[in-house]
Design a protein around this ligand. Sequence first.
Ligand code: NAD
Length: 249
Amino acid sequence: SLLLQGKVALISGAASARGIGIATAQLFARHGARVVILDLDESAAAQAAASIGPEHRGYGCNVTDKAACEQAAERAVAEFGQIDILINNAGITQPVKTLEIDAASWDRVLDVNLRGVLYLSQAVIPQMKRQQSGAITCMSSVSAQRGGGILGGPHYSAAKAGVLGLAKAMAREFGPNGIRVNCVTPGLIQTDINAGKIADDKMADIIAGIPLHRMGSADDVAGTYLFLSSGLSSYITGAVIDVNGGMLI
Ligand code: NAD
C-alpha cells in the first residue's frame, strides 16, 4: 500500500544525482507523495523534480537563508495547499582537524548543517500547526555519536550533534500540535559526499569493521526517512534511528 498517499513533502539537499535526498524523493513519490525538492540551484532542483514526474517541484533554496526558506514554504503552500512532511537533509562536510578550523569554516559547516535545520523547520511549522499534523525528520550522523566521522571534521560532528538537541527540543515543543520530529544517524553511505575520498585499503578496513560488511546505500537511508515520515511511526517523536550497518555495536 502507499504510505504517503496525498501527502506533500519538502526535502532539502535533494538535487544531487546520487544523493540521499533524491533517493528519498523518488521513494516518497512511489509512495504517493507530491515532492518539493529544495537545493542551492533552482534549475538543478527543478530538473531533479521533473525526472521523478510532472506533479513534483524543485525550488532553489539555500537553507542558510531564512527568507529563502520562508519563500520555499510559501510557494509549496501556494502550489499544493499543504505541507505534511519536511526532510532536513541538506548538509556539507569538510575533512579538517580541530586546529585547522577557522571562523569561516566553522560558520559555514554550522550554518548549513545546523542553522539550516532551524530555518527550514521554522518556515514549515506554522503551516503544520494550522494542519495540527506534520512529520519533520532531521539528518544527523554517526559523526555526532562517535565524535568524529571518517570525513566530516570536528565542526561537522558538533553541528550534527546540535541537530539531535534541536530536533528533540522541537519534538517536545510541537508534540502538542501533532507535529513529530525525529532524526536519522547514518554511518558510511555511498554518495558523492564521500565518493573517491577514502583510499581503497582504508575503505576495506572500515568495511571489515561494519557488522553488515558494506557501505550503506542512499536507499537504506531513504527507507528510514519513509518510516519516520509515515503513519507507521505515528507514536514516535524525539527519536534517533541509527542507519549504520551495526557500526556502533
Ligand atoms: P550529497 O552531497 O549528495 O547531498 C547534499 C546535498 O545538499 C547536495 O545536493 C547539495 O547541493 C545540498 N546542499 C548543500 N548545501 C546546501 C544549502 N546551503 N542549501 C540547500 N542545499 C544544500 O551528500 P549526501 O551523502 O546525500 O548527504 C545528505 C545528508 O546526509 C547530509 O546532511 C550529510 O551530512 C548526511 N550524511 C551523509 C553520510 C554519508 O556517508 N554519505 C553519512 C551521514 C550523514
